[in-house]
Ligand binder design. Structure first.
Ligand code: PMP
Length: 440
């Protein structure tokens, strides 16, 4: 393992080997060791690594032009990609703004909502209610709506903290309600919050349809989604879906919103949309929101790299691959297989408290007692330990200790959408080995 001094810094000093090459669902390090990318990086590499057809299309664009500033030229890749994205959206959402990542997408969605409200003469509306726990990005604006004290705490005086409602962690509830009733119970907390804040001050509700890094693939009861949408409509509050992780096929539909037939007002996407081939994200908004703004003088916002032709060419090639190979269908099918295999591990390991998720956005959670769902002792550092045990054995998984915003060890197992059943067997074999070592 390479540990020599580096000038580069990220979160920690943790030494990692150099990445030599990547192909399909595999990475190979400088020593030739193979790793299964069981988390698609950070739920990014949806179509797998080094796809030759994507690289070819990107190269063709590179030969033509790599950058044209959007105020100076329109480009075919950005126009074509916007049209392709719009065609995949629910009715009415057909205006696309490109960005270079998830945090930028969330910031853009919020600023779009606010400018629309101001244009409509509703200047009092500025609060974006979000959920605890949640993750919406690392920039100062997105931290304000991120419900994760681990990430936000130190910066608290430096940004505007927005109101939060509890995310529907129904699997922890020990009441006598049905799933349906629990969904309604959590959704109604939004209404209470809106009333408490003053409906005239509330601009939007922002949620991850299936939690990612925040709640570990937490899916709410169906009733939650529909009731939340109804409440937003009732109060004239914009519904923003953060599909940065769930979008572009990860959950077995192009947008997770499709599972419940929800039509948000604004959707933010990134990760699987560029799929690791380019820093790319998109905000897709209701037609009339954008037209109203443009009629009133424009949308005051922008990033230098927004909509650059090379990133958009990558996005187009990724979309081609997804459609031609039916990768969204594969995500649904292989998601069922992987979920069943993870669930079967619960028989062997009593400390697996829950397996959850949709499509290939799947997670399991470790607990000290399945009945009470009590978390593991913090000192065990399980969210790091198990990841390291798997990594040593050539399997990459992704973990967080944020079940409640503060604690709880969950692990995302989210291979690229190209994964096969045989490869799922490989993942489960290595994971079993790592869990045995963890239990020892
Ligand atoms: N929203 C969600 C739901 C995410 O999962 C992430 C990244 N984990 C972000 C926003 C931020 O994306 P980025 O790291 O690309 O800025």
């Amino acid at each position: 393992m390479t540990t020599e001094k580096s000038h580069l810094f990220y979160q920690s000093r943790q030494p990692r080997p150099f990445l030599e090459r990547s192909e399909g669902i595999y990475h190979y390090d400088e020593n030739g060791k193979r790793y299964i990318d069981g988390s698609s990086g950070a739920m990014v590499s949806n179509i797998g690594h080094s796809n030759p057809r994507v690289l070819e299309k990107m190269k063709a664009q590179m030969d033509r032009s790599t950058f044209g500033y959007r105020l100076h030229f329109r480009t075919h890749p950005s126009e074509d990609l916007a049209a392709r994205v719009a065609a995949r959206m629910p009715e009415g959402l057909d205006k696309v703004f490109f960005v270079s990542g998830g945090s930028e997408a969330v910031e853009t969605a919020i600023k779009l909502a606010r400018q629309y409200a101001v244009t409509q003469g509703e200047e009092s509306r500025y609060k974006v209610i979000s959920r605890l726990p949640s993750y919406h990005g690392a920039t100062m604006g997105s931290l304000g709506v991120t419900g994760s004290p681990i990430f936000t705490g130190k910066f608290a005086p430096m940004f505007t903290e927005m109101p939060k409602v509890p995310a529907p962690t129904c699997y922890l509830d020990r009441d006598n309600l049905t799933e349906e009733e629990r969904g309604i119970k959590y959704a109604e907390m939004l209404r209470e919050k809106i009333e408490a804040e003053g409906p005239e001050t509330v601009l939007a509700f922002l949620m991850e349809p299936v939690g990612g890094a925040s709640t570990g693939a937490l899916v709410a009861p169906d009733s939650y989604y529909t009731r939340v949408a109804e409440i937003c409509e009732e109060y004239g509050i914009l519904l923003i879906y953060d599909e940065v992780m769930t979008g572009a096929g990860r959950t077995g539909k192009f947008l997770a919103a499709e599972h419940w037939g929800i039509i948000p007002d604004i959707v933010a996407m990134s990760k699987g949309f560029g799929a690791g081939y380019a820093p790319l994200g998109a905000v897709v908004a209701r037609h009339d929101i954008v037209e109203t703004l443009l009629d009133a003088g424009g949308f005051l916002h922008g990033f230098t790299y927004a909509g650059n032709p090379l990133a958009c060419a990558a996005g187009l090639a990724v979309l081609d691959e997804m459609e031609e190979q039916d990768l969204i269908g594969n995500a649904a099918r292989m998601g069922d297989v992987l979920k069943a295999r993870l669930t079967a591990l619960m028989d062997r390991y009593p400390f697996i408290g829950d397996v959850r998720g949709k499509g290939l956005l799947l997670a399991f959670e470790l607990v000290s007692d399945r009945e009470t769902m009590k978390v593991l002792p913090k000192e065990w550092n399980a969210h790091v330990e198990l990841v390291e045990l798997a990594y040593e054995r050539g399997l990459i998984i992704y973990s967080r200790r944020t079940r409640s915003g503060y604690e709880g060890d969950h692990f995302l197992v989210c291979p690229p959408l190209i994964v096969t059943e045989a490869q799922i067997d490989e993942i489960i074999a290595i994971l079993t080995d790592a869990l045995d070592a963890f239990a020892a």
